[in-house]
Design a protein around this ligand. Structure first.
Ligand SMILES: Nc1nc2c(ncn2[C@@H]2O[C@H](COP(=O)(O)OP(=O)(O)OP(=O)(O)O)[C@@H](O)[C@H]2O)c(=O)[nH]1
Ligand SMILES: [Mg+2]
Length: 358
């Protein structure tokens, strides 16, 4: 799950300004009129250097105890955003701690969330010095900033990343690199594509962000394999959209596979070992061959075959073949011996039957 950070504070302390400089976009409205921000504004942050992505949310100025409809509406939204967050940036003005600030501090302590105190508007060294008094609030971390004069913002970003990582939140939305090998996982429903992908990736999985202007009907993720990044094109995670009737479902799923093949370098065709290869699988192979893509045939649910008492495994078949061969050689040998010929060397013993799963 992607982590969430909410910027919280009383009106006019510079929350939206901070949100804009951290996100690098002028998204939130900044003004010196109190309670300019009413809705929660969100931006998905990507920090490729620190390998982390997270949602940054700007909230409306928090007031406590007022009956005003707008203010209590804002308060509810802020509370809701706090409850969904992993970290709070508690913004204050560098030179004061008002009664409202103290109330908010109490509320944040009660929430049990991790909190970084941000002493904002410290536009120069004197103000920065003054800001240190706020460190005594005693939350998890303390950073002095000036959004107007670009002070302390890199330190704040690092403190945010540090806190998320310390909490084990290291979701990273990876960004495409054309040099990465692209492996498409294709197969009919229920053959076990998703389980295969989960087994391959474990927790080492990063979803890929949608690229603007591309129609995507697969979910891509980047996994590291022996130090190399591989893009997994996963058609499994896609659900049929409401617009597609069941009559078109087959056609739609073929079209989806074809698009994934085109985007991939290597195509893994997953089949249910118990059911064998179907015409749809053959179509995928043909298509991949036409497009000159590498092909891996994955026989999943192999345990079902092993559990079948009447069907031989490939190893057993080979063992049987070797045993038959040995038998006929022995018979030949017996015949030639009877004719008094010289003995040819004995054939090698048949290979051992495959060990069955318990
Ligand atoms: N001097 C100085 N002014 C700042 C700084 N950051 C924000 N301001 C000013 O403070 C005022 C309020 O900024 P906003 O970012 O709108 O504050 P807010 O906390 O989002 O306000 P509400 O959404 O109304 O609660 C604006 O006039 C900003 O220009 C700063 O670092 N230094
Ligand atoms: Mg605001």
């Amino acid at each position: 799950m992607i982590a969430r950070i909410t910027i919280v504070g009383r009106p006019n302390v510079g929350k939206s300004s901070l949100f804009n400089v951290l996100s690098g976009h002028k998204i939130a409205i900044v003004s010196d009129i109190e309670n300019t921000t009413r809705d929660i504004v969100e931006y998905q942050m990507h920090d490729p250097e620190n390998h982390i992505s997270y949602i940054l949310a700007d909230s409306g100025g928090l007031t406590i105890g007022s009956d005003d409809e707008i203010l209590s509406d804002i308060r509810n939204r802020v509370q809701e955003s706090i409850s969904r967050s992993d970290l709070i940036l508690f913004v204050l003005e560098y030179d004061r701690l008002t009664a409202l600030d103290e109330e908010i501090a109490k509320l944040l302590r009660k929430s049990g969330k991790k909190v970084i105190v941000v002493a904002n508007k410290a536009d120069n060294i004197e103000r920065m010095n003054e800001a240190y008094a706020l460190a005594s609030l005693g939350f998890d971390d303390f950073v002095i900033t000036s959004t107007a004069h670009d002070r302390g913002l890199d330190i704040l970003k690092l403190a945010m990343v540090h806190s998320l990582k310390e909490q084990g939140l290291s979701y990273e939305e990876a960004i495409y690199d054309d040099g990465m090998l692209k492996l498409a996982i294709i197969g009919r429903p229920n053959v076990g594509k998703s389980s295969l992908i989960n087994a391959l990736t474990g927790t080492n999985r990063a979803m890929v962000r949608d690229m603007p202007g591309t129609t995507r009907d697969s979910i891509d993720s980047i996994v590291e394999w022996n130090g190399e990044k591989i893009v997994l094109i996963d058609t499994a995670g896609i659900r049929r959209s409401g617009k597609i009737g069941s009559a078109n479902l087959e056609q739609w799923s073929v079209m989806r596979s074809e698009r994934s093949i085109t985007r991939a370098d290597l195509v893994a065709i997953v089949i249910d070992a118990d059911e064998g290869i179907t015409s749809q699988d053959k179509h995928v192979v043909e298509r991949a061959l036409e497009e000159k893509k590498g092909i891996i045939l994955v026989c999943n649910k192999w345990d079902k075959i092993l559990a079948r008492p009447t069907v031989q495994t490939l190893e057993e078949r080979e063992a049987q073949r070797q045993a038959d061969k040995a038998k006929s050689e022995t018979e030949k040998l017996a015949k030639s011996k009877a004719r008094g010929n010289k003995l040819p060397p004995l054939p090698e013993s048949p290979i051992k039957p495959h060990n069955r799963a318990p």
